[in-house]
Design a protein around this ligand. Structure first.
Ligand SMILES: Cc1cc2nc3c(=O)[nH]c(=O)nc-3n(C[C@H](O)[C@H](O)[C@H](O)COP(=O)(O)O)c2cc1C
Length: 201
């Protein structure tokens, strides 16, 4: 499968990076965008030192995940000729993980001021799968209204709110809970977390 993944500047960079790792290591092709703020969050929340320039970021991630270079394409914030900027080139699914409230607002209003916002707009107009993983606490009425708007337009709001019924022992278990939920939404088989009821069968 080919998936567009945008990592924006909400807390929870690990969700997006783990999703990227799982997709790539299972042979899925990823069109990746990382916002400027996401780079700051990644540097704050992880030990990863990721270059800002798309080509360098792509090379670094290909090396880090030891993957076939054809699986990953990284696009810059104003790379309007990228496939994700048009309905004729964009993959059938896009995930924004984590999604800042700023990007949430831009999607709800169709702002299209950068490639992430444009790609989300394309996903909605083409009636393709758009999975948005917001992270903020508490939510304001603006955030909630924007989430409702996106839901009414066909997007899926999948908040970064992990459950605890799988008895997590490590932070990575909580991260994998959300990543598994995203993969389920994408229709991609995953072994990170049993589906509800499976652990009793
Ligand atoms: C360490 C750090 C954590 C942040 N956490 C959040 C957050 O959880 N949710 C959020 O909506 N914004 C958060 N922000 C603020 C966003 O990064 C900021 O609003 C930014 O403009 C979002 O831009 P983007 O949507 O282009 O990534 C955080 C910023 C930093 C530096």
């Amino acid at each position: 499968m080919r998936v567009t993944l945008a990592i924006t500047g909400a807390s929870g960079a690990q969700y997006g990076l783990r999703l990227l790792e799982v997709l790539l290591s299972n042979g899925h092709q990823v069109y990746l965008m990382v916002s400027k703020a996401a780079h700051v969050v990644i540097a704050t929340e992880t030990t990863w030192q990721l270059p800002a320039r798309p080509a360098e970021l792509e090379a670094e991630l290909v090396k880090r995940f030891a993957i076939d270079p054809s699986l990953l394409h990284v696009f810059g914030r104003e790379q309007w000729m990228a496939p994700v900027a048009s309905g004729s080139g964009a993959p059938s699914a896009m995930v924004i993980c984590p999604c800042s409230t700023g990007t949430l607002s831009a999607i709800a209003t169709g702002a299209c001021n950068n490639l992430i916002e444009r790609a989300a707009d394309v996903a909605l107009k083409e009636r393709r799968k758009l999975i948005v993983v917001p992270r903020e606490s508490p939510y304001s009425a603006i955030h909630l209204e924007n989430m409702l708007k996106i839901t009414n337009m066909g997007g899926v709001i999948l908040p970064a709110s992990p459950g605890f019924y799988h008895q997590p022992e490590h932070v990575s278990d909580l991260v994998d809970f959300i990543v598994a939920r995203i993969l389920n939404q994408l229709g991609i088989e995953q072994q990170l977390l049993p589906r509800w009821g499976e652990q009793f069968s």
